[in-house]
Design a protein around this ligand. Structure first.
Ligand code: SER
Length: 316
């Protein structure tokens, strides 16, 4: 039976992925970890700073971990405030995961990459899997390096590392922190609370996005796929949907016709302008059968229904 360690388990994706893994493998088989204990968490939890190699080794050894989902990282917008620290944290944590996995015989490692690996020199519509990777953010630079280290450990040590270039992730269960695509989560909270929204991107800025249930399913499906089917050992392009702020506003206005939005682009505009507008994920579809379930309107419905329930229960 698998014993799965999740780093960054209190983060936007980690919180939801951990629950899905608990459901599939049994709560006692999933070890959630993060810098701080989250009081509302139910299950096995270890406080862990992944920059600490010995601490990671102890947890992997104690629980006889067979798989690691390494989600701890500093994201694109936040990372720009302290580039060298972001590089240091994103890389040292991944090196620690790779080394401990190699030394203690962890069977599979999941490394999240991102659309941030692309820079302004790629074709921005249906961006191909094998594009030239010249990112503008330090987060993107760390993800390009991480993808190549994943590929290196696979070829040199036979370590089974798998990776996805996530689009912006949108979910109602948890909040993102420090990303350029975060507006697409905040906007639903504001709409449901009946407040106006001030958008930090221009109305027409199209970006690849994905509903969190699709992102979680993609991660788990990739980790279950037979190794022989996987032709990409850097990271797979993955598409869910693509939209701009004005398109998400139109979708939200179907439920909240009086929703008010203003646009005030800040430094994140330049980051968004350097990323793809849509992604060609044909390799993921061919190799492990990837297919998204949510489009913009189905996602809006689920987001609004769940956030309504949440805010009603908070007020009640
Ligand atoms: N959602 C991430 C960010 O905006 C992209 O990987 O930083």
């Amino acid at each position: 039976m698998e014993r799965i360690l999740v780093t960054g388990a209190s983060g936007q994706l980690g919180a939801v992925l951990t629950k899905a893994l608990q459901l599939k493998f049994g709560a006692e088989h999933v070890i959630a970890s993060d810098l701080q204990f989250n009081k509302s968490f139910k299950g096995v939890f270890e406080t862990l700073d992944v920059t600490n190699l010995e601490a990671l080794k102890t947890i992997v050894g104690t629980y006889k971990v067979t798989r690691i989902y390494h989600l701890a990282a500093i994201l694109s917008a936040k990372g720009e405030a302290t580039p060298l620290k972001t590089w240091e944290i994103n890389m040292s944590t991944f090196f620690n995961v790779l080394e401990v996995s190699r030394l203690l015989g962890v069977e599979r490692v999941f490394f999240p990459s991102s659309i941030a690996v692309f820079g302004p020199n790629v074709s921005r519509m249906n961006t191909p899997q094998s594009s030239n990777l010249s990112p503008l953010t330090v987060y993107g630079v760390s993800k390009v390096a991480g993808e190549n280290w994943a590929n290196y450990y696979f070829n040199k040590y036979d370590l089974d590392v798998r990776s996805i270039r996530y689009p912006g992730i949108i979910g109602h269960q948890s909040l993102p922190g420090g990303g350029t695509t975060d507006y697409a989560v905040d906007i639903y909270h504001k709409a449901v609370k009946g407040e106006p929204f001030d958008c930090f991107l221009k109305a027409s800025t199209r970006l690849p996005m994905i509903y969190i249930d699709d992102a979680v399913r993609a991660s788990m499906e990739l980790m279950e796929a037979p190794s022989k089917n996987l032709s990409v050992r850097t990271a797979y392009n993955l598409a869910g949907m693509s939209f701009s702020p004005e398109e998400i506003v139109r979708s939200i206005k179907k439920s909240y016709p009086n929703f008010e939005v203003t646009y005030r682009p800040d430094f994140r505009q330049k980051i968004a302008d350097s990323w793809p507008m849509s992604i060609d994920d044909s390799k993921a579809r061919e190799d492990w059968g990837w297919k998204p379930k949510y489009d913009l309107d189905t996602m809006s419905q689920v987001m609004i229904d769940n956030l309504k329930r949440y805010y009603n229960s908070v007020i009640a």
